[in-house]
Write a protein that binds this ligand. Structure first.
Ligand code: GLN
Length: 280
């Protein structure tokens, strides 16, 4: 399931998330939108679940508890265009797919990587973000400089994530220490309980620029090209199609780039590739 393709490092993200941190108080997204419309079999309101540990894609503001982040702005842009209200829910990452399957949640946007295995359990929209994995090690560690140095090592990551799969399937002799709470994975490396952390590049980079500043650093290249998609329970084709149309429109009319810039401080370098991967 996991390709071992490596993709080029996007060093600019590291600098740009700094800016995103400064803008974290902003919320809302989209610019107008058609509004209204009963949307045929579509509902007026959907439960949208996120994973607020996955910064800067989603988090809750300390004051007031508002949901903010890149994913939140994207899903509001989509909701405006499709014409539905959002009811927020939050859960641990590994609770998202079961929650969609049992109908507890209607829509999940949580930096979720589209994989063949997950496609057997839920349906995804077209890709909305192009990602990859990154290694984080203790700031004073000079022994690990690339993925090859992780062989036989203890690597902290998150339960149910594509990084956990990657470690298991691609890094020889490595032990994956999987945590339900994402910050525990980072703290494990800081405390010496693990040699490295492997997780989604934008999240590792954001952590290092915020809570992990001076404690962790990234090493090596970006590993494994991944696409994030919005997930729904299987059998909701009309909703998926409507969301895909809205997403394609947001990419075409510049709304997507605006939101991206707000959170990552620059235009996505893969915008054309993303636009080409839209189905609508
Ligand atoms: N993109 C990763 C995955 O899908 C992690 C997402 C997350 O922790 N929210 O496994």
């Amino acid at each position: 399931m996991n390709s071992t393709r490596r993709i080029t490092s996007t060093a600019a993200i590291a600098a740009s998330v700094l800016l995103a941190g400064g803008l974290a108080g902003c919320s809302g997204g989209g610019d107008g939108g058609e509004g209204g419309g009963d949307g045929g079999g579509l509902k007026d309101s959907y439960t949208v679940v996120t994973d607020t540990a996955f910064v800067p894609f989603e988090f809750q503001e300390e004051e007031g508890g508002d949901y903010v982040g890149f994913d939140i702005d994207i899903v509001y842009g989509i909701a405006e265009r499709v014409g539905f209200e959002i009811e927020h829910e939050n859960t641990n990452f590994d609770g998202i797919i079961p929650g969609l399957q049992t109908g507890t949640f209607d829509i999940a946007i949580a930096g979720m990587t589209i994989t063949d295995e997950r496609k057997e359990a839920v349906d995804f929209t077209s890709p909305y973000y192009k990602s990859g994995l990154r290694i984080g090690v203790a700031e004073d560690d000079d022994s690990i400089t690339s993925i090859d140095d992780l062989e036989g090592k203890t690597i902290a990551t998150r339960l149910g994530s594509t990084s956990a799969d990657y470690i298991e399937n691609n890094i020889e002799g490595a032990t994956a220490n999987t945590y339900e709470q994402l910050d525990q994975a980072y703290l494990a490396v800081e405390g010496g309980g693990a040699d490295a952390v492997l997780y989604d590049a934008p999240n590792v980079e954001y952590y290092i620029l915020t809570a992990g500043e001076g404690k962790l650093k990234t090493v090596g290249e970006l590993i494994e090209a991944q696409d994030y998609g919005i997930a729904v329970a299987q059998g909701n084709e009309e909703l998926v199609t409507a969301m895909n149309e809205a997403l394609a429109e947001m990419i075409d009319d510049g709304t997507y780039s605006e939101i991206f810039e707000k959170w990552f401080g620059e235009e996505p370098e893969w915008l054309e590739e993303l636009a080409a991967s839209q189905e609508s």
